[in-house]
Each structure stands twice: as structure tokens, then as C-alpha cells.
Design a protein around this ligand. Structure first.
Ligand SMILES: Cc1ncc(COP(=O)(O)O)c(C=O)c1O
Length: 397
């Protein structure tokens, strides 16, 4: 009999770790790896943010703080959500968390019981189903593909609802597909959520990373009925290049945020107080919006660079998604599953990518353009050579 709790056996071991270990081993042999697997910006945290954290440390801000976060930070987050997103939360409805990840975990733990069903559009960010499993819930996946631009429709949502459905988890812009729901698509989904009395967790961590003329809209912004059913997960990791700071937030109906705060109070307590000083600077410093825009401009150029090189490869099909920093090409013409594709790509052409199966699609790989142009060029050139060998092999069979 295992000495581990049953809930642990419900977890899937991280597929991304295996490829990361292989990448490390090849690097240790002195091989230059073209890394297209990063899940974080390659920029440094803006200097005014790090300076604010240094100053907080110098002031001795090293003690426990309130579990839900520093009052000023909660107020600034509430102001931001009201002003930028049309979401009228009060500061009491904000919980500062250790990254966006902890806000999702706390919310799911606060809401989901064994037997509850959670609707998750697929491909999905890989931690959602694991968190649902830890809570004892059941993930119900809503499949999407290139034909639907990797987005679910209102009819698809409606058809998946059962008496056990509690929650929809929406992620726009999406990791891994980079897709963004537009206003009318969100409005149609919101209408179903309200009519069928569901809750929605809207993961908006990539909200600032949108390109072309795309616009980020929050599903909670279409009026009081959907607002009362919306829980926002957001954070500082991606927009402000602060992944290592572990700073995120949850915003939602008071009872849910209070329950999530109680969970946090008995698990991790407050986010490091001096790190919160950095988040305060991110929201207050006048230079930050321009710094973020400059990073977004660089991501926008890299996205087009990667997309045009990728689209020129025989056998690759790819949507030109407009958000986050990922492309999600279809590699099924290679005749390989996504794990074997990524393993062979790494071993033979020294390109690191993430197998789509980790996100719920075995026909795709996830490529990140949160890296420099040379790595993008070399990486896509490697994929091109690999695809050519695969297509030749397929034609000979
Ligand atoms: C879709 C999505 N949500 C949430 C997170 C969690 O972000 P954080 O690093 O702030 O915990 C990530 C990080 O990769 C993500 O891709």
C-alpha cells in the first residue's frame, strides 16, 4: 500500500521537466541548444521595480504582513481593475498571492468539491486540471482546434453543462495557443454563464501581451450579472518580467475571496512584504507603462518573425495568434506524437520545444518567442530541417 495520500496519485508528473532535464544534459556536453521552450519573459525586471524592493528591505520591511496583502497594493490593484478592465472590485475583494498560480489554486480549493465538474477549453494551461484533481473535482475538456481558432463557442459551452457543472476556466490571451477572445465571443459566453448560473475563473495573466490591433477584454465587464459570477486571476509575472518575484492576485465576490484568503492564511500567509513593494512600484511608477509597451513592441516583432519563418515550412500548420508569447504549430504531418517530435528535435537538431500533449493536444508543439532573434532563427531553421527529414521519410514509406 502506498504511504502517499490518494490525491497525489491523481497528479500527472510534469512532462515539461523531462525535456528540461534532457536539454540540461545536452548543454552539459557543450552542445548549443536553441531554446524555444521558455514560459517567461527574457527581459530583466524594470529597474524602478527592483529599486523599490531594495528600498523596502533597507527600511526593514522584513516582518509578517496582512495575509491578503499590503493595503496600498490591494487598493492599487482594485483601481487598475476598475480603470483598465471595467471591473468594479473594492480593495477588500483583492487577495495578493504568490504568483497567478496560487490565486488559481486557492480559488479552485475554495470552490470545488469531489464530484464537481469544471469546464476547461482545450488546449489548456497544464496546471488547471491538476488543481481541479487536487480539489477532488472532475475536469471536462472542451476541444478546440485551428478550425475554431482554438476558441470555444457559446453553443459548445452550453452543451457541456450538466447538473454537476460549477465552473468554467477561461484563459485569454491563452497559454499555449496565444489566442484571444474578442468582445462578441466573450459576451456570448458570458450570457451562457449567467443564464446557467455558473462561475467563471478568468485567467488574465497575459492581458498586457496583445499584438496587432487585438484588444484584451475581461469576461466580467459585461454588466453586474456576469461580474458577480467572475473571479479574476492576474499577476505581475509576465507583463512586468517578474516571474521569480511570485506576485499575483485574485479578485472576485467577497465570500470567495475571503475563503481563498483563509486557505492562504493557513498555508503560505502573505507574499514577501518587500516583493509587494516592487508590485506597488509596478502600478505606481509613471515610467512603467512605457517600459511595458517597449517590451510588448519587441515581442510583437519576434512573433511576426517566428510566424513567417514557421509558415514557410512544408508540413507545418500554424495560426497567427495575437497574444502571450507563444505559437502553437500543428506538427501532425510529421507522423510523430508531440513528445517524440520534441525529443527527436532536441536530440538531432538541438531545438528545445514543449510537447503539446502537456497542454492537451498531441498534434502540436508550443514554441515561445520570449527569446532573442538569433535563437528564433536558429530554432525555426532546425524545425525546418527536421520536418524535411520527416516528410521525406513519410513519402518513402
Ligand atoms: C496561463 C497561465 N496562468 C497562470 C500562470 C502562473 O503565473 P505565475 O508565475 O504568476 O504564478 C502562468 C504561468 O506560466 C500561465 O501561463
Amino acid at each position: 500500500m502506498s504511504r502517499l495520500a490518494r490525491r497525489v496519485s491523481a497528479l500527472t508528473p510534469s512532462l515539461t521537466l523531462a525535456i528540461a532535464a534532457r536539454t540540461k544534459a545536452l548543454k552539459a556536453e557543450g552542445i548549443n541548444i536553441h531554446g524555444l521552450s521558455a514560459g517567461e519573459p527574457d527581459f530583466d525586471t524594470p529597474a524602478v521595480i527592483t529599486a523599490a524592493a531594495h528600498a523596502a528591505l533597507a527600511r526593514g520591511e522584513t516582518k509578517y504582513g496582512p495575509v491578503s496583502g499590503q493595503p496600498l497594493l490591494r487598493r492599487l490593484i482594485a483601481d487598475k481593475l476598475a480603470k483598465e478592465n471595467g471591473l468594479p472590485f473594492t480593495p477588500e475583494q483583492i487577495l495578493v498571492t504568490n504568483g497567478g498560480k496560487q490565486s488559481l489554486y486557492n480559488a479552485i480549493m475554495a470552490l470545488i468539491e469531489p464530484g464537481d465538474e469544471v469546464l476547461i477549453p482545450a488546449p489548456y494551461w497544464l496546471s488547471y486540471p491538476e488543481m481541479v484533481a487536487l480539489a477532488g473535482g472532475t475536469s471536462v475538456f472542451l476541444p478546440t482546434d485551428e478550425a475554431s481558432d482554438f476558441k470555444i463557442s457559446a453553443a459548445q459551452l452550453e452543451a457541456a453543462i450538466t447538473p454537476r457543472t460549477r465552473l468554467l476556466i477561461l484563459n485569454s490571451p491563452s497559454n499555449p495557443t496565444g489566442m484571444i477572445y474578442n468582445r462578441s465571443e466573450l459576451q456570448a459566453l458570458a450570457e451562457v454563464v449567467v443564464r446557467r448560473d455558473l462561475l467563471v475563473i478568468s485567467d488574465e495573466i497575459y492581458e498586457k501581451l496583445v499584438y496587432d490591433r487585438a484588444e484584451h477584454v475581461s469576461i466580467g465587464s459585461f454588466g453586474p450579472e456576469i461580474f458577480q459570477r467572475t473571479i479574476i486571476s492576474g499577476g505581475f509575472s509576465k507583463a512586468y518580467a517578474m516571474t521569480g518575484w511570485r506576485l499575483g492576485y485574485l479578485a472576485g465576490p467577497s465570500d470567495i475571496v475571503e475563503a481563498a484568503s483563509n486557505i492562504q492564511g493557513h498555508s503560505t500567509s502573505n507574499v514577501a512584504v518587500f516583493a509587494q513593494a516592487g508590485a506597488i512600484a509596478a502600478l505606481q511608477e509613471p515610467s512603467i507603462p512605457e517600459t511595458v509597451e517597449a517590451m510588448v513592441r519587441v515581442f510583437a516583432e519576434r512573433r511576426l518573425r517566428m510566424f513567417s519563418a514557421l509558415s514557410a515550412i512544408d508540413g507545418i500548420q500554424c495560426c497567427c495568434s495575437q497574444g502571450a508569447f507563444y505559437l502553437f504549430p500543428n506538427i501532425s504531418a510529421s507522423g510523430l506524437d508531440s513528445t517524440t517530435f520534441c525529443e527527436q528535435l532536441l536530440d538531432q537538431f538541438h531545438v528545445a520545444a514543449v510537447a503539446g500533449v502537456a497542454f492537451g493536444s498531441d498534434s502540436h508543439i508550443r514554441l515561445s518567442y520570449a527569446t532573442d532573434n538569433e535563437t528564433i532563427d536558429q530554432g525555426i531553421a532546425g524545425i525546418k530541417r527536421f520536418m524535411a527529414t520527416r516528410l521525406t521519410y513519410a513519402s518513402l514509406r
